[in-house]
Design a protein around this ligand. Structure first.
Ligand code: C5P
Length: 230
């Protein structure tokens, strides 16, 4: 049984302050997204991958994966959840309703197969996501009248996790959950949040902390370091 992958890659990545979307920044002599796609496409249980690209994307044709036979393409939407939904629609007639779909940020190039093994072994009824337990003490802040922020209280850290990707759900359940969330005006921050909104309880699978999302300029150097270590 195949698992399908959806890779949202239609963001502009404004926090990188670069001349192009972050997925196309050079990383060890290739586009950042070529590392991510290598990891996904070389994993034996993943069949086809949908790459969701912005409508005006002049860089994709230069990717090493531009003509890869296992890649389907979809066009991105205004927000990430629209992009993922478009990716799901591209799998219509390809994926069965009960097939698993793994959504992975294209901006996480340091993903490792060992984490995919853990994730796919740990799928519950409502799917599962890679996550990492918080390391720092967590505070809830409260704004004061003078504009400063002070500590309201310390939040129990034991129960707090960073949500990473991949996030894996049944094809139909994810599509319906995203459609419902959009209909309800619910703010979808990741795929799991839409599943939770629909009543599902995805599992948290502790993944590697080096599966970072390249977001700010300094993250590129970190990603290079992590890739060199592996
Ligand atoms: O901006 P952020 O890093 O949170 O984006 C996460 C992922 O979602 C990125 O891989 C980005 O390309 C993708 N995205 C998208 N469509 C959007 C916004 C973001 O595919 N409208």
């Amino acid at each position: 049984e195949s698992i399908w992958a959806i890779l949202p890659a239609a963001g502009v990545g404004s926090r990188m302050q670069a001349d192009r979307p972050k997925q196309y920044l050079p990383l060890k002599g290739r586009f950042l997204l070529d590392h991510t796609l290598d990891c996904i496409l070389s994993y034996p249980r993943i069949g086809k991958a949908v790459v969701v690209l912005s409508e005006s994307d002049p860089y994709w044709p230069e990717s090493e994966h531009a003509h890869h036979p296992d890649i389907l393409r979809a066009v991105g939407g205004n927000e990430r959840c629209h992009s993922v939904l478009n990716g799901l629609h591209a799998l219509e007639g390809v994926a069965d309703e009960q097939d698993w779909v793994a959504v992975h940020d294209i901006a996480r190039p340091c993903l490792q197969h060992s984490d995919l093994d853990l994730l796919f072994a740990g799928l519950g009824n409502s799917g599962a996501i890679l996550a990492s337990p918080t390391r720092d003490t967590m505070k809830r802040g409260v704004c004061q009248a003078d504009g400063s922020v002070s500590i309201e209280h310390t939040v129990e850290r034991e129960q707090l996790w960073h949500a990473l990707t991949p996030q894996v759900f049944r094809y139909r359940e994810l599509r319906e959950a995203l459609e419902k969330a959009l209909n309800d005006g619910f703010e979808v921050t990741d795929e799991a949040s839409a599943i939770e909104h629909a009543g599902g309880k995805p599992r948290l699978i502790a993944g590697r902390a080096d599966n970072i999302k390249v977001t700010r300029p300094e993250d590129l150097a970190l990603a290079e370091l992590f890739l060199n270590q592996n």
